[in-house]
Write a protein that binds this ligand. Structure first.
Ligand code: FES
Length: 112
């Protein structure tokens, strides 16, 4: 995925020189920086849809970016309902679009 960060602002947000982290979103290789949120890294990698609504299937890609609305919920390493806007990016995260309500059961290692 392309890096959509604004280079001119890279120093202003304190990420210059930060460790580069790798993760996947729906199987696609992505990268971000230590210290940024998962939502910021997803946006920087071109992702705009994080979840779909349970009844209508309408897409959501975040709204408040403050941990209040739940529009940014994704699955992380098989765990549903992770709010990307308040979750720090970690190296090796396997992030997936969440379709409908969060369902447990696909967690690695067979945990339910
Ligand atoms: S965008 Fe509203 S809770 Fe994350």
């Amino acid at each position: 995925m392309a890096d959509l960060r604004i280079d001119a602002l890279a120093g202003a947000d304190g990420l210059t020189g930060a460790e580069t982290l790798s993760f996947t979103f729906d199987g696609r290789a992505c990268s971000g920086y230590a210290g940024e949120t998962l939502a910021a890294a997803l946006f920087a990698n071109g992702a705009r849809i994080f979840r779909t609504m349970p009844r209508t299937g309408r897409p959501r890609g975040g709204f408040c970016f403050a941990g209040r609305c739940s529009d940014c919920q994704v699955r992380v390493d098989g765990v549903p309902n992770v709010m990307a806007c308040v979750t720090p990016l970690r190296d090796g995260m396997r992030v997936e679009t969440q379709h409908g309500v969060g369902v447990w059961g696909e967690r690695e290692g067979g945990d339910r």
